[in-house]
Design a protein around this ligand. Structure first.
Ligand code: RM4
Ligand code: MN
Ligand code: MN
Length: 425
């Protein structure tokens, strides 16, 4: 479904005076307003190809209203639609083999028509495919059998090849490898096997490419995970070399982990790859970004902005920004609009932090002042700033409201049918 630009304009006109009032109010106190609006306009968050359909849990999947993308082409159209509405979703991240680009040229052209780039490619050695020779039941890159490891390595190299055809420049490896019971595996052997396998993948990386090593505390293995935390990921990334980095997925930590501190130190070491954004209350819940703990998201962005500025990095392009969430009770497109908005809001709040004053407060151990500085930024309603940046970029002032007034889902159901299931989780 294509959204006509004039419809977005009409919608914006109908609420522009209310927007202007709120914008002028907040903008009056913002230093470097134009600089902040430009940064917000430049910031793009990649949408994962596996989040466009209704997700399930291990207890099953409830039917959705339908209209889900039935092919990679339709997934690209959906991301194009999100991007047309919020102007901040200008990239798609593919999972192989869920979304194999059988005709890379035409897929690339279609994405370009929608103003989309291809973000990190994702491999999948956590499920067995029907035509697969060896099973990953007991791991992939860690496996005790060299033939299984070889199969996992070859799959990753194939994913890189697809990515090269599409113009992607990074590979994210998330391994489900680990064990469910004490004694099931030898930790050191599992690490060494995994390292050797990753080394083979690393050797196949094209020059400009990066390898992102994602970690996860538990699930589907419940006793040990072979890339279980940021320390282990950093160990692999350091041993692999300069093109390897640690990828942080917000839902992959044990409860109460201080993610902002992890981010700060990874950035300091030049080893932070980027993010998989989502939110969670208990584990890898993959909830809408900012729905549970928006303050933590702000604190993470505060570290990102300060850390990237210290290293002279470009906020928009020097790290990989991606959503990794999947839903069983929301319309996936509405959920993604909410997630992108939450990211933009946290980023805008972080841009408002008075870094100079904070440094002074830290140096003089003025704990109260430090908290005031952070919370002044956090409690500023920056939504009109984000909306203004979007308006200037040609998007909708309120993407979710626009989506509903246009009955986008209803139109997609008419177009694609009510019984559609997209590939993915
Ligand atoms: C994992 C992890 C990966 C994602 C899969 C689908 O928990 O977050 O990044 O690709 O789920
Ligand atoms: Mn992830
Ligand atoms: Mn996950």
């Amino acid at each position: 479904m294509q959204v006509e630009k004039y419809k977005i304009d009409e919608f914006n006109n109908s609420i522009e005076s209310a927007h202007k009032r709120k914008f002028d109010f907040v903008a009056a106190d913002v230093n470097k307003l134009e600089d902040i609006l430009k940064k917000l306009a430049d910031f793009q968050v990649a949408i994962p190809s596996w989040a466009l359909g209704t997700g399930g849990t291990r207890f099953g999947r409830f039917p959705s209203k339908g209209g889900e993308p039935r092919s990679l082409e339709e997934k690209i159209e959906d991301v194009g639609l999100l991007h047309a509405l919020n102007r901040s979703s200008g990239a798609i991240s593919l999972h192989i083999p869920w979304d194999i680009p059988s005709n890379a040229k035409s897929i690339k052209a279609l994405a370009a028509q929608h103003g989309l780039k291809f973000d990190a490619m994702n491999s999948n050695t956590f499920q067995d495919q029907p035509d697969q020779k060896h099973s990953y039941k007991f791991g992939s890159m860690q496996h005790t059998d060299k033939a299984v490891r070889k199969q996992a390595v070859e799959h990753n190299i194939e994913v890189i090849k697809y990515g090269v055809e599409l113009g992607s420049e990074s590979l994210t490896v998330w391994l489900a490898d680990g064990s469910c019971f004490p004694g099931q595996l030898n930790f050191r052997n599992a690490f060494q096997n995994t390292l050797e396998s990753l080394q083979e993948v690393y050797a196949a990386l094209p020059d400009a490419w990066k390898l992102f090593v994602e970690y996860k505390a538990f699930e589907p293995n419940f006793y040990s995970t072979t890339v279980g935390d940021w320390g282990q990921s950093l160990l692999y990334a350091s041993k692999l070399g300069p093109k390897a980095y640690t990828l942080v997925d917000l839902g992959h930590h044990l409860p109460n982990a201080n993610i902002e501190q992890i981010v700060s130190l990874l950035l300091m070491e030049g080893k932070l790859a980027g993010f998989h954004f989502n939110d969670s209350k208990y584990g890898d819940d993959d909830l809408t970004v900012g729905s549970i703990n928006p303050y933590q998201l702000f604190l993470i962005f505060k570290e990102l902005v300060e850390g990237m500025d210290t290293r002279g990095m470009n906020h928009a392009s020097d790290l990989g920004w991606m959503i990794d969430a999947s839903h069983n009770v929301k319309d996936p497109l509405e959920d993604l609009l909410q997630s992108v908005e939450a990211i933009m809001v946290a980023y805008a709040q972080a841009l408002l932090v008075d870094e100079k004053a904070l440094k002074e407060a830290q140096l003089s151990n003025d704990v109260v002042r430090a908290q005031e500085i952070l919370q002044t930024a956090y409690r500023t309603d920056v939504r009109p700033l984000v909306a203004e940046a979007r308006l200037r970029a040609g998007g909708a002032l309120d993407p979710v409201a626009f989506y509903r007034t246009q009955d986008v889902r209803g139109n997609l159901v008419k177009e694609r049918g009510a019984k559609t299931v997209a590939t993915g989780l």
